[in-house]
Ligand binder design. Sequence first.
Ligand SMILES: Cc1cc2nc3c(=O)[nH]c(=O)nc-3n(C[C@H](O)[C@H](O)[C@H](O)COP(=O)(O)O)c2cc1C
Length: 318
Amino acid sequence: MLETAICKMLGIKYPIIQGGMAWVSEHNLTAAVSNAGGLGIIAAGNLPGEDLVHEIRETYKLTDKPFGVNIVPIAGVKFTDHLKIIADEGVRIVSLAFSDPKMSVISELHKHRITVICVVPSVRLARRVENEGADIIVAMGTEAGGHVGKIATLPLVPQIVDAVSVPVVAAGGIGDGRGLLAALCLGASGIQMGTRFMVSKESIMHSDTKARILEATEEDTIVTGMVTGSPMRSLSNEFTRHWQTREKEQGQRAKEELQREGLGRGYRVIIEGDMEQGTLPMGQGCGLVREEKSVRDIIDDIISEAETMYKRIGTMKT
Ligand SMILES: Cc1cc2nc3c(=O)[nH]c(=O)nc-3n(C[C@H](O)[C@H](O)[C@H](O)COP(=O)(O)O)c2cc1C
């Protein structure tokens, strides 16, 4: 049941992808996920070229399993440099961040025989990236941590499954075996998770920040950034509430100032542990994260819970 189309395409044992996470998914987390049978992904969006080379080479040292690199295909964001590095370093899988490429990134990657995973928030964008050649589409609902759209995972996934013919992966709010099984029932070929992997033993996140996530409830996230055109779901704290109030009061007039104020806030909370002034992307599934486990335990527990739930549903009387 758990060996799906993406397992074969990506060369992985379990249909579980760790989404690229700026500052969080570096070589240790990426390799741990790949070694545990999922697909680990290095986040490149925040990295200068030489750091990306370093991350890729360190990952090769830690695993001989497939892994990917996540890039942010917005013109001007170190993106063409990243493409060259990925090709030169022999990376076989790339995921394109939740953004509209606006140029022919996919065909460029295909020239190097790289498998391309595209993360999308809508059926419209799913159709478009499929036409451009996406090999796998991640349907990411608004429950997710990071940049989000408006549609929730439950309605989004089956509508994208119906609209495209490539395999679809569900993301947004998934943190356990129930979520994996639900995603498969919606027609997805697997899941992508971010929030759950942030609190793992291999994650380099600051211990105070991990502790804050372990306490978080489903009501502790906030969406900001409407005025910038890239809404983001993150931990509700002093800074993100301030940002939301400014947006409500000043709308577009606050855009440039808020963009400036927002710089460097991810690093501040993820690496330095500044819980009130940093911006921590975090999904509504944070309430499912109650224990810091190793990546292998996270993945094994998800698989065994999904299998148990599947058997239980089969014997249920409705
Ligand atoms: C801390 C953090 C950073 C993220 N950074 C990126 C990124 O750089 N690129 C990207 O495509 N997605 C990014 N995401 C989204 C994840 O890859 C993933 O799709 C998402 O977390 C899935 O939803 P979940 O958080 O509910 O599991 C980020 C998410 C988090 C939590």
